[in-house]
Structures are given as structure tokens and as C-alpha cells.
Design a protein around this ligand. Structure first.
Ligand SMILES: [Zn+2]
Length: 130
């Protein structure tokens, strides 16, 4: 998904997106009270789109309390992967790169965690439909 489209999606759920310094280790945050997504101004373009997609999930679900809860985090990572990754492109990348997550991430212009989350989602879905 194009970054402009991704931002438009984000703005359906929050009033604004801000890029500004965040404490070390924090890449992004959904602030329900201020109705905004804050992204660290130190992110690379690829990191930024992945973190933004993750925060969109928190905004859609009105998650409060940061990134503390493992179940919520997993959902946000999987939502981000589903926003950013096209299934056809994913399948092609998996075949071409033999499942090498880092190579697939480069090909799909996402972070490796996003590829892992997508794989997890595909795996869960295959299990459901078996
Ligand atoms: Zn999170």
C-alpha cells in the first residue's frame, strides 16, 4: 500500500499523525485521549509505514495502555501485516526467497516482523479452514 493511502486510512481513525522524538525503544504510540498517532522521528521510511500500520490497529480498536499486552500486540502486528502485504506478492516472495524472512521483507518493503506476523496469520487461517 502506498504511504499516502496508508496515511489516509490512519486519518479515518485519528485526527492527526505526528512525527516527533519519542523515548528510546518507543517507535510509535496511539494516544486515545489526544486522538492522534505519534511516530518517532527517527524511523526509516519502511519502519515508519510498519509502525503506522501497527498503530492504526490500536486506533481502530481504541486500545489504551500502550504496548503492554501480548494479545493486543499480536493482533496489532497481524493487522499491520494484513494492511501492508498483498497475498499474491507474499506468496511469490516466499517462493522466490525460499521463506527467508529478511529477503522477503526487503522485497515487500516491510520490516521482518511484519512478514513473520503475516505468516502467522496465514498459518492460523489455514488451520481454521482445514
Ligand atoms: Zn502496539
Amino acid at each position: 500500500m502506498d504511504d499516502g493511502v496508508l496515511e489516509a486510512v490512519a486519518l479515518r481513525w485519528v485526527r492527526r499523525i505526528c512525527d516527533r522524538p519519542l523515548p528510546a525503544g518507543l517507535e510509535g504510540v496511539y494516544d486515545a485521549e489526544r486522538d492522534e498517532i505519534v511516530l518517532s522521528d527517527r524511523l526509516s521510511p519502511i519502519q515508519r509505514r510498519c509502525v503506522l500500520a501497527h498503530e492504526i490497529s490500536h486506533a481502530r480498536h481504541h486500545d489504551v495502555g500502550g504496548h503492554g499486552d501480548a494479545v493486543t500486540e499480536r493482533r496489532a502486528d497481524i493487522d499491520a501485516a494484513r494492511i501492508l502485504i498483498d497475498m499474491g506478492e507474499y506468496v511469490t516472495a516466499e517462493i522466490v526467497y525460499g521463506g527467508d524472512v529478511c529477503a522477503m521483507a526487503r522485497e515487500l518493503t516491510v520490516m521482518p516482523w511484519t512478514v513473520r506476523a503475516y505468516r502467522e496469520w496465514l498459518h492460523d487461517n489455514a488451520a481454521i479452514h482445514r
